[in-house]
Ligand binder design. Sequence first.
Ligand SMILES: [Zn+2]
Length: 492
Amino acid sequence: MKKFLCYAFLLCCVFLLFACSGNFDYKQNLTTYNLDVEYNDDEKSLSGSEIISYVNSSKNVLKNVKFHLYPNAFRENAKASVVSKSNETKAYPNGKSYGNISVDNVKVENENSNFEICGEDENILNVSLDDDLYPNDKVQISLNFYVKLPNINHRFGYGNNAVNVCNFYPIACVYENDDFVTKLYNSNGDPFYSEVANYNVNIKYPSDFIIATSGTKVNETKENESNKVSVQAKCVRDFAIVLSNKFETKSSTYNKKISINYFYYTDPTPEKTMDLINEVLRFFEEKVGEYPYSQISVAETNFVHGGMEYPNLVLISDSLDSYDTYQMVIIHELLHQWWYGVVGNNEFNEGWIDEGLTEFCTIYFYEKHPEFNKTMDRMVKASTNSYTTFMKVYKDVLGSVDTSINRPLDAFKTEPEYVYNTYVKGMLMFASIYNVVGEKKFVNALKYYYNSNAYEIVNEQILINCFSKGTGRDLENLFRSWLDGKVVIVGM
Ligand SMILES: [Zn+2]
């Protein structure tokens, strides 16, 4: 996610080997989600069925499977808040509004199953399995669900212009260290964590709406006042939908292989935006590696933050202060297709891994595109000054300040503290490494990191090892001094 834009930018041969680019095949034996959903615009609800062919990708024998129920964070009196206090007015323009998910008819291999809604705050669906599920084996779990959308300018909710149907269906929790990861929603960042999976999704919706999704359309039918589309997405971490009856659209094909789809309602220069999307794809395919999917959708929408990434679909806020900022958010969110989408990380525990690198790659894009008149040097200086000013004020007010980057979302006291350390300082950390190793070695490291972790989940140590190997320099101490907050940043 791109947040707090107002802060953000005031705010040898071995290398040749690493530089080899992608063409990696999709991962096999993945969980498959088959979703059949209908959007009801009168009720602002979504009802449907989900059949999950769940693959045990862990090394343990499983006796149950847990799923996130993210919509329940939007319930009245939910324990976790979905937006920070300072963003409430912007998020809820018509007053507080609530949403939730209910689940029933849960079956395992077509037999009624024992299930419970549990977790810290009704945020988890736990499905018991009658038979042990061995590593790499699969089990079919099916259920019906009903989702009520709140009136909120957020990932999950409807606003005046569009309906954001994201994080809306039960999605399997990642199993690691002998347990499912079941973190509660958190308003500081993107509290999500999932493995890549395959999706077959049927969506029925009123025919006056246009729909943007994470999938590629394979079929479309019209019946009475409704449209029904079937879409597929392979080897993606999540599936999201944005609908609007105000959308205008532009489409083109990049490099004869990727369909670019742009959905907008305020952009006076959509062709210029299409050119930018095209150039972001071209540039990062060259500098990092192949975008391995057949489509990318960019959707303007009502959204409290700058933008939000989902696989093959990014949301861009319709209330940004300028076209310049709009472009910056598009670059940032598209970059998440590489950092978060293809190379995954636990966004709750290690948000800096995708956000810090995405912020840095954004300024690298500007550095290499002088027509935007934003050099990396100037952006680093502005961010350094903005960071030091923020930390000084924060320290004056609170007496002390934690400057470490590598903390889970719930270890940041406030959203600005999260944003400054994860986005701004995270970007400054990668900029300092870029300056130490130089562009060529840094780009080698990006390619190596990307190609060796495609469709997998990385962590701090894997990232450090990849950057050390990809640059031919031992960067462990440099990374750690930044991540642990030991580096002293002085304004310029
Ligand atoms: Zn982001």
